[in-house]
Design a protein around this ligand. Sequence first.
Ligand SMILES: Nc1ncnc2c1ncn2[C@@H]1O[C@H](COP(=O)(O)OP(=O)(O)O)[C@@H](O)[C@H]1O
Ligand SMILES: [Mg+2]
Length: 309
Amino acid sequence: MASIVAVKDLQKVYGDGFEALKGVSLSIRKGEILALLGPNGAGKTTLISALCGITTPSGGQATIGGHDILSEYRAARAMVGLVPQEVSLEPFEKVINTVRFSRGLFGRPRDDAFLEQTLRELSLWDKRNNLTKELSGGMKRRVLIAKALCHEPQVLFLDEPTAGVDVELRRDMWRTIEGLRQKGVTIILTTHYIEEAEAIADRIAVINRGEILLIEEKGALMTRMGRKSLRIELDDPIDAVPAALAAYDLELSPDGHFLSYHYKTGGEGTGITRLLQALAQAGLSLRDIHTSQSSLEEIFVGLVREDAA
Ligand SMILES: Nc1ncnc2c1ncn2[C@@H]1O[C@H](COP(=O)(O)OP(=O)(O)O)[C@@H](O)[C@H]1O
Ligand SMILES: [Mg+2]
């Protein structure tokens, strides 16, 4: 699939000398949902702000739909919609006018039918004549999405769209995002909710301290996540894994008391029954067994911790 956003070695050093992006490279495919996952301060907002022309990068390059974000700013910017992290709306303006005005800013001809459809899809049509200050926090977030969509962007950036949003609205937003993807919109969403990335993303990128640590298909990551371990405690310690058990790829603890066996939960069989039989045949007697599962959360926390070391 063709890449619609291409980022190469993008850097951002803030005025105080702080390096918020240390050479970020990524390629975003047309029509995918990419979740950018990272702890607070990782550089997520800085990256999105640079791509949307809100902050100027200090080095590197990026293109959107083939347009350079600096030398072809207007063409690049016209392709993107941004739902910012902070809610910022004109308090005394009606919802419908806020959205209509945003479309006009992009030089798009007036299209009331399109605006109506957008507001209806976001359950905002009934509120179109309300002043934005009269809306609840969740409704304000929807207005931000409507504003970002009103010039029909091909790429939508959502910066923590569901931060502080209740569970029901979060699910509504996930549905909205999925609906946009079905229309061919490419979506880049930042979050620090791992569950959110799991629920809707095609690919997951992890960013920490201004660097991309990994970018991987969710499915592949979930397969890794589906790994479980069986830890077998032996009655009597052993010096080495018996040759008869070589096929199981067991790990022996340094004290010789524990054997660890890793298996996939999604696979056809875990091999546990055969392993236990083989252990008995090898004359080993077991004191106890424990299982543990690695989750995406553990993978993520582990990555970030390793990166900090
Ligand atoms: N205008 C600024 N001047 C100096 N440092 C900033 C500025 N904006 C953000 N930072 C710093 O850059 C880092 C990344 O911030 P940000 O991109 O907002 O992270 P995230 O969105 O992942 O939480 C943080 O350490 C933040 O304090
Ligand atoms: Mg942020």
